[in-house]
Design a protein around this ligand. Structure first.
Ligand code: XMP
Length: 508
């Protein structure tokens, strides 16, 4: 297995993910792990991650010098490379006159080992203020960029390598090949690890975490909470109880889907709470989007709390937190609140439960893979992201049951058509919005005065930015025809052609 030592870089988990992609087992540990621990792990190689500090600073994160005596290959990335230069004999790191951030052109001096089959010139991704001024004894410089003389270094004898750029990010064109070379040409690991192994390890970890304790989870219908619950159930069976709060703001058929999959097929003890009326009563007449979100968030926690109290000695709560949530919540401290996000299944803070987070280090597509391995249905595993406050923020203005039904029916047609066109998995989100206005139309010689439905479909990688999807005209035509003909109260369909920014994906 590969040991990744984390120096606090924002891409440490991405390195682990790349290694997993090659079907190689990896573990991540903090840089201050003791040498004895490392020996117990017995890694085939170590990768040092990047990190935000300067290795020349007095309290810079370091590593036990003994790692260099283990006789195994080491790859240092960014800060990791600088740390090698700092710690090994005769190396030197200094603050660069100009930092180097973003794309850079890498020029190779050799195509040996690490750079086998890499083009002599290629784009890499840089993000550093310091640089290696002098490579340590036994090393040679193996690549440069315009701004950085030692963009990569190697000691081919000991198989120690340092790269100033980030091979783990997609912007480094040959990044995957470089990591592949390190793993399979230099370390010579076997690709014999897969997602079932991940599940088994996680099952063991959960068992030792919770022992015989009782665990609850909140299901929302989304892929993350579903996969998290399924793994935990595999680990501890009926020590787990799931609570599903039906706030009435879900799409057509979603509540039934959750009940069927978890209650019946997976046989997980499931408390289904029909809280539709409670939510609708509290939402009645409320028009302001933030107010709506706040009410739904509050009410959700109240209902969840009440139900959890009916169970005795619950000590753990399953959260479907995935890695990108972790990055986002760390990164949004300074960012202005555009919309306050509420996650169904969010932790009621007073409950004082210990968290069980089996997906904490995984990326979305890995979560989906695990969901498939666990046998969750396609509709759940491949569900597009859906906001916690549900259809309430897709109905502009106040929410009532009739509007919810109108939107649900229109939205069901959108989903069906997008799926039939084979586009559901490719499109980030596709849905219908019901605005608070009416327009005049004509149907069968009669004047109509009804709602329009706004069709929204976007492409995105991470929801931070998005562009409207170029749907085929025929598809738009059949969506429009079907909605106007089949959904009462609706007499017009329009398509939202706004990117994010300046728009947001949702309308509220
Ligand atoms: P916006 O509308 O801000 O949405 O471009 C970005 C992504 O977040 C989803 N979204 C939410 N998800 N609770 C959630 O769990 C929320 O309150 C919420 N608001 C928006 C939205 O669907 C999109 O994927």
């Amino acid at each position: 297995k590969i040991l990744i030592l984390d120096f606090g870089g924002q891409y440490s988990q991405l390195i682990a993910r790349r290694v997993r992609e090659f079907n190689v087992y990896s573990v991540i540990r903090g840089h201050d792990i003791e040498l004895e621990e490392i020996k117990k792990i017995d890694p085939a190689a170590i990768i040092f991650s990047g990190g935000p500090d300067s290795v020349t600073a007095p309290k810079a994160p370091g590593v036990d010098q003994g790692v260099f005596e283990l006789g195994i290959p080491i790859l240092g990335i960014c800060y990791g490379m600088q740390l090698m230069a700092q710690l090994l004999e005769a190396g030197q790191v200094e603050k660069a006159e100009h930092g180097e951030y973003g794309k850079a052109n890498l020029e190779l001096f050799t195509q040996k080992k690490l750079f086998k089959e890499i083009d002599n010139y290629s784009q890499v991704w840089m993000s550093h203020g310091d640089h290696v001024k002098k490579v340590p004894a036994g090393f040679e410089i193996i690549a440069k960029t315009e701004l950085t003389e030692a963009a990569a270094m190697a000691d081919f004898e000991r198989d120690f390598y340092g790269v100033q750029f980030h091979p783990e990010v997609n912007h480094t064109i040959h990044g995957k090949t470089i990591l592949h070379n390190f793993l399979f040409r230099i370390v010579k690991v076997k690709a014999n690890w897969n997602m079932s192994d991940y599940i088994n390890e996680e099952v063991e970890r959960i068992r030792s975490q919770v022992g015989t304790g009782k665990v609850i989870c909140g299901l929302s219908g989304g892929v993350d909470s579903a996969v998290a619950s399924a793994i935990v159930h595999k680990a501890i069976g009926d020590q787990l109880t799931c609570i599903f709060v039906d706030h009435g703001l879900l799409r057509k058929g979603e509540a039934e889907q959750v009940k069927r999959t978890f209650g019946e097929e997976f046989n997980i003890p499931l408390i289904y709470v029909d809280a539709k009326k409670r939510f609708l009563d509290r939402l009645a007449g409320v028009k302001d989007p933030e107010e709506k979100r706040k009410i739904i968030g509050d009410e959700f926690i109240q209902v969840f709390d009440e139900e959890a109290e009916t169970l005795s000695d619950v000590r753990y709560l399953v959260q479907g937190t995935i890695y990108s949530d972790v990055i986002e919540s760390g990164g949004t401290d300074k960012a202005a609140t555009i919309k306050s996000h509420h996650n169904v299944g969010g932790l009621p803070e007073e409950m004082n439960l210990e968290l069980v987070e089996p997906l904490h280090f995984l990326f979305k597509d890995e979560v989906r893979k695990i969901g498939e391995v666990l046998g969750l249905p396609e509709e759940i595993v491949w569900r597009q992201p859906f906001p916690g406050p549900g259809l309430a923020i897709r109905i502009i203005g106040d929410v009532d049951w009739d509007k919810l039904e109108t939107l649900r029916n229109a939205d069901a047609i959108v989903q069906e058509e997008i799926r039939d066109a084979g586009l559901y998995r490719d499109i980030w989100q596709s849905f219908a919005v019901l605005p608070d206005l009416r327009s005049v139309g004509v149907m069968g010689d009669e004047r109509t005065y009804g709602y329009p439905i706004i069709l929204r479909a976007v492409n995105s990688d991470d929801a931070m930015t998005a562009d409207w999807a170029r749907l085929p005209y025929e598809l738009m035509q059949s969506i429009s025809n079907r909605i106007v003909n089949q959904v009462e109260e609706v007499n017009r369909v329009v398509y939202d052609i706004t990117s994010k920014p300046p728009g947001t994906i949702e309308w509220e």
